[in-house]
Design a protein around this ligand. Structure first.
Ligand SMILES: CC(C)(COP(=O)(O)OP(=O)(O)OC[C@H]1O[C@@H](n2cnc3c(N)ncnc32)[C@H](O)[C@@H]1OP(=O)(O)O)[C@@H](O)C(=O)NCCC(=O)NCCS
Length: 161
């Protein structure tokens, strides 16, 4: 968006409500027809408050003109469990800001943080071109690995190529 000032900063538990709002809104707008809709219920808010306070994953939020409009988290890979392999945990942008470059800005922060690993992975939905095109535009590639009966596909990023 022309003239919008973007600031990426580490997330804190104080950001929980807005982070959950964006996570839920982007899920429901992006995954229509692929996944059931979700809600910002008390359990989800509690889980996010715990995640944002945890040391295992590093979280950032992007503020657009002072309002949080996106989030990203990275850490060591969980599936496969491998401390030598990085994983992009979650990336989500408020639908009102889609296609403005905010996701790419957050991805650059994530890739800088992942640069301590030789490679990183992420899991996304099969048959979901929106995210797959986005990941390809930032250097990720599908490596052919799947899980959940082929409903999820792994993408990989070579960080020290
Ligand atoms: C995926 C997501 C984070 C992208 O955020 P964004 O801010 O819209 O991304 P950007 O504006 O930086 O887009 C960069 C490029 O990605 C690709 N892209 C992004 N959205 C796309 C779409 N809907 N269709 C096709 N390509 C798309 C394009 O190449 C785009 O460049 P362009 O706009 O110049 O053509 C956002 O769509 C989102 O939050 N989706 C819902 C949650 C989600 O899918 N998370 C990841 C799933 S695991």
């Amino acid at each position: 968006m022309v003239g919008v000032s973007i600031l990426v900063r580490p997330a804190t538990p104080a950001d929980t409500r807005r982070v959950v709002e964006i996570y839920v809104d982007s899920w429901n707008a992006g995954f229509t027809g692929l996944m059931p809709p979700i809600e910002a219920d008390a359990g989800r808010i509690q889980r996010w408050a715990t995640d944002l306070a945890s040391d295992r994953t590093s979280w950032w939020v992007a503020e657009a003109d002072g309002t949080i409009a996106g989030l990203v988290g990275v850490g060591p890979s969980r599936d496969p469990l491998d401390p030598q392999l990085g994983e992009l945990d979650t990336i989500a942008v408020d639908p009102a800001h889609w296609r403005t470059g905010l996701g790419t800005t957050l991805m650059h922060t994530a890739l800088d943080a992942l640069a301590t690993y030789r490679q990183a992975i992420l899991w996304t939905l099969a048959n979901y071109p929106q995210a797959q095109r986005f990941y390809e535009s930032t250097g990720w590639y599908a490596d052919g690995t799947t899980r959940a009966d082929g409903h999820q596909v792994m993408f990989r990023h070579d960080l020290r190529a």
